[in-house]
Write a protein that binds this ligand. Structure first.
Ligand SMILES: [Zn+2]
Ligand SMILES: [Zn+2]
Length: 110
């Protein structure tokens, strides 16, 4: 169980930072054992990649929903609406996957 810094991002996700210290002093091989323990905790101002992507997808969904609302008032926009709805479905599925991946990762680092 070697020691590393841990970085907490704005979205509350974690990622490991710098290696700090071996668990056994004078590690004969000079290699880390593979287990990680937290040495210092730091806060990072940004969100992680996954949460940033989730935010982007949510913006897309809102934009498409806005378009649909406008088009519903106009005639003959059925095709455009169907396309926008497909975009929303895709973005929603992607968000669900990202959230699942993110939460799995959070649990392993908690
Ligand atoms: Zn170790
Ligand atoms: Zn995150």
């Amino acid at each position: 169980m070697c020691f590393y810094d841990a970085n907490e991002m704005a979205c509350k996700c974690w990622k490991w930072g710098e290696f700090r210290q071996f668990c056994v002093k004078d590690s004969p091989s000079g290699e880390v054992c593979g287990m990680k323990l937290v040495m210092n905790r730091y806060s990072l101002p940004n969100k992680c990649k996954k949460c940033t992507k989730i935010d982007e997808k949510q913006v897309i969904i809102r934009q498409e929903q806005d378009k649909i609302r406008k088009w519903r008032k106009a005639a003959d926009r059925g095709e455009s609406i169907a396309k926008a709805e497909e975009h929303i479905r895709q973005a929603t599925t992607r968000i669900e996957n990202l959230i699942q991946e993110r939460d799995e990762k959070r649990n392993t680092l908690a």
